[in-house]
Write a protein that binds this ligand. Sequence first.
Ligand code: 13P
Length: 254
Amino acid sequence: MRRPFVAGNWKLNRGPADAVALAEALRSAVSPSIPATVAVFPTTLSVHAVGKCLSGSAVAVGVQDVAPVALGAWTGDTSAAMARAIGCDFALVGHSERRARHQESIESTRAKIVAVLDAGLLPVLCVGETLDERQTGRAEATVLAQLAGALDGLPDDRLSGLSLAYEPVWAIGTGQVATPDVAQAMHATLRGWLGANRPVWVAEDLRILYGGSVAPGNAAELLAMPDIDGALVGGASLDAASFLAIVDAALRGA
Ligand code: 13P
């Protein structure tokens, strides 16, 4: 049985003061015994303050990106080891906005996963195809290449804390959410690839989140699908009530 996982990716929104206000609303609303993983990914400058606010609560904190090394001459980057030291538990790797805007390659996602694991953080690897890739029949091949490339050379025993987020690029920030059937089909493809290429427990235990225009009005039907174990929420996670409604939908769909 996979525990539901609902994560809020705040992207480049909410500086420290606003981020703490949002975190406080979540802290007081999420029960310490909630049978789900709930996490937020504030913008880097807000991570420390949000981490302090959520310390000891049922809401975990993560970073949106990390450098492929723990420290050194990497101007502007974020260290997974330092994120761990200030209480983070998770790191996103390979978000499509980083792949597109920062030319992040599949090789770079692989190095970042290693850096995240070495630091004792849990990676959430994001994969997803563009509209053009879907319309030309290349959606599955694209997403599987992103998955296979990121995990290449990683021993099986390092995969136990990994989660995936399937985020079709055409659904991100567009209001054009994937239908439950389209999302479920890709999640089943991802799980099937893991089952064929890795030990069965990896495919069975690994949580696959759906992301892309998830909102309170569409979350329940997505989260009811057998291979959709949670949601990676962008815009709707900036409002506590909306995010909490999605958390509730995940609990009902579990
Ligand atoms: P939206 O929920 O705003 O579409 O963003 C999804 C996303 O990119 C989460 O990482």
